[in-house]
Design a protein around this ligand. Sequence first.
Ligand code: UT7
Length: 340
Amino acid sequence: MKGQGMTAQASSSYRSRIAGTGSYLPEKLLTNADLEKLVDTSDAWIVERTGIRQRHIAAPDQAMTDLALIAAQRALEAAGTTAQEIDFSLCCTASADQPMPSAACVLQHKLGARPVGALDIAAACSGFVYGLTIADQFVRSGMYKNVLVVGAEVLHRYVNYKERDTCILFGDGAGAVVVQRAKDDQESKVYSAHLAADGSLGDLFILAAGGSKMPFSQEVLETNSQYLKMKGREIFKNAVRTMSNLCQEALDANEMKMDQVDWLIPHQANLRIIDAVGSYFGIPPEKVVVNVQDTGNTSAATIPIALDEAVRDGRIKRGQNVLLTAFGAGLTSGSLLMRY
Ligand code: UT7
């Protein structure tokens, strides 16, 4: 489906640069062996169908913004900047601490940031690509110089540990980046971003209760509507098709070939989805950043966590071309091509 994503491309003299990355994964692990005790599944099935071996689970007293806080502090430190210098912050999440106030406001307070604008992005697993696109636009327009973008989730609290098709997938975690205006001698830039959403397929992946349409009630609990529900196989097919299309759009928009991309960082939902997107482009597996085996699907946090890991261990270097792509509930999707 060409032309599916609305494009944001370079148009001003300002460029944005990811000045620092950070991430945080809670200590507690939920392994496949643990899940074997909860539902009718096996380590072999989970590894073969998803590649996942373990997920990190937040402690009972950890809220989503507690994870986000640590990731944000690490990103600020890596950027050599402080919370006081942040001009705007975006919190990308599907598991905010509560409906109101927003996670971005809670995080701003915990960080000790100035009372600058703070906004949640509700684009589920695509949230970070949406957030980074918005941050880039703010920097590019000249409006802000330092934008914090966090993708963080405590999704395990929305998982029914009696349903084997969902409970094997999700974990908790947070990743963050500080997006800054690049200096003249810094070559980083976002080439383009391509965002899409198809609300007609919203029922494929849904958390029905807790909003104004279905507030919490005894009926919610009796029907397990407080938990994530997903049509896995359809989501799988849509994910492969949409992420592949949006990556192709990114390449076409910049007249690039996949061999000019140094790293592909796809949303970490399932190793078979990642492999299918990679093989669509014939990109060698060693150029694809993968950590789903150790984290499970952390929704909006997968890409910033994977990015942070690859930056910190030296795989991703300045000047390299990095292609991000994500897909999630909504259905939302996006790709973003940047020179790191
Ligand atoms: O962030 C985006 C959100 N989500 C995703 O990206 C998830 C996308 N989907 C997936 O990752 C996969 O569809 C799943 C991992 C959820 C399921 O894998 P699948 O290969 O699509 O399996 P399936 O749903 O077609 O089910 C095949 C069989 C079924 O049994 P029958 O009907 O063939 O007897 C399921 O009941 O596997 C069964 N099954 C399981 N068996 C053991 C489903 N879950 C499990 C399980 N352990 N955990």
